[in-house]
Design a protein around this ligand. Structure first.
Ligand SMILES: *Cc1c(COP(=O)(O)O)cnc(C)c1O
Length: 376
């Protein structure tokens, strides 16, 4: 059996080596390391793939979120609502900009931000909602956009884990995730669904004025060379990373299919066990692209299972072990434990299994057999 890994980037690279190497060689041969033609080509390719008017590449996903919030003109003291159960980057940039993070609980069925939680958290100071499409599963964007319209709020989609996923609205229309809110932010961290070989990120929007503002912010607040109109940042996707991404983008749908296939096999093997909650695979749509395959162990044996799998040489991880409201950096007397029953339960039950584009049947069987033999 091939070695088990949480993410197998080497086997994936081996299959696209020629395309990736040619892209990188092009940058080296032309010495266009910064803002080279490949950056613009990748930007245009991604705009057409997503069906969005503007993609603004930047240095990483955390920057993408921060710059999106700067672009919207959010001011210190403005309240920004986001999920308690997510990677810390989402809340980190809110705090960094001296906005007020307002954490709300998530839903048990999809682990995404709770609509009821959003409604309860809205105050006259609320300016924005940041839904996170956690683990690759699309949040309920129809309802989130409705709430946003009702209260005149911005929606910033944290799409770091769901690039390539499609959202189908109630009216049947389909949109790529990250292009539904006012602005979307993504990450090209190597292990993400579309990963480069270093750091990278991008911001998406259909709003021409916002795109213009953001293009200045990523470049030191310059709209005309050496005229700094606003305080900006230096956040670029370098040409080598753009070259890697340009070579990988045509494979993204195949990669996401491979993730969905692996998820289907996991869920088929584990789903009949009453002590294991598995994510559902929606056959008719691409609403879940399985950045992570996360199950819940319902009989209190999660931590034991972690040890059991470790002994068997099966890598696994806990995303995320501590709710954000319990983190030292983000704790606040405003938060009460009873406001986060779902997150508080999830952190004790979740376990992420190996998930990537190169999993084979033998590996999946070995992993699911080991889980079933312990959890029973
Ligand atoms: C990875 C990730 C980010 C940050 O992306 P970086 O490129 O690592 O800065 C933000 N939000 C979520 C939900 C992520 O998973």
């Amino acid at each position: 059996m091939r070695k088990l890994q949480m993410v197998d980037l080497k086997s994936q690279y081996d299959k696209i080596k020629d395309q990736v190497n040619a892209s990188i060689q092009e940058v080296l041969d032309t010495t266009t390391y910064i803002n080279g033609p490949l950056v613009h080509q990748f930007q245009a390719d991604l705009e057409s793939y997503l069906g969005v008017k503007h993609v603004i590449p930047c240095a990483n996903g955390t920057d993408a979120l921060q710059i999106a919030m700067m672009g919207l003109g959010l001011q210190p003291g403005d309240e920004v609502i986001t999920a308690d159960f997510t990677f810390a980057a989402t809340v980190e940039v809110i705090a960094l900009l001296q906005l007020t993070p307002v954490l709300v609980d998530v839903d048990m069925n999809n682990m995404n931000i709770s609509l009821e939680g959003i409604r309860k958290a809205i105050t006259p100071k609320t300016r924005a909602i940041v839904p996170v499409h956690l683990f690759g599963r699309v949040a309920n964007m129809d309802a989130i956009m409705e709430i946003a319209n009702e209260y005149n709020l911005f929606v910033i989609e944290d799409n770091a884990q769901a690039i390539g996923a499609t959202y189908t609205s109630k009216d049947g229309s389909k949109k790529k995730v990250g292009t539904i809110g006012h602005v979307g932010a993504t990450s090209f961290f190597p292990s993400k669904n579309l990963g480069c070989y270093g750091d990278g990120g991008a911001i998406f929007t259909n709003d021409d004025a916002l795109a213009h503002t953001i293009r200045g912010i990523v470049n030191h607040g310059m709209y005309v060379r050496y005229h700094h109109d606003v305080v900006g940042v230096n956040s670029r996707l370098d040409s080598i990373q753009a070259g890697v991404l340009k070579a990988k983008l045509p494979h993204l749908d195949t990669y996401n299919k491979a993730r969905q296939d692996a998820a289907r096999k996991y869920s088929l093997a584990l789903g009949l066990n009453a002590n294991i909650w598995v994510p559902t695979i929606c056959e008719a749509c691409d609403c879940h692209v399985f950045h992570q395959y996360v199950i819940r162990i319902l009989n209190g044996k999660r931590d034991g299972l972690l040890d059991h799998l470790q002994v068997k040489g099966i890598p696994c991880a806990i995303y995320y072990p501590i709710p954000l409201h319990s983190q030292k950096a983000y704790a606040d007397t405003r938060y009460k434990e009873e406001d986060f029953p779902v997150t508080n339960q999830l952190v004790k039950e979740v376990i992420a299994l190996p998930m990537h584009t190169e999993l084979d049947d033998e590996q999946i069987k070995f992993i699911t057999d080991a889980i079933l033999e312990y959890v029973n």
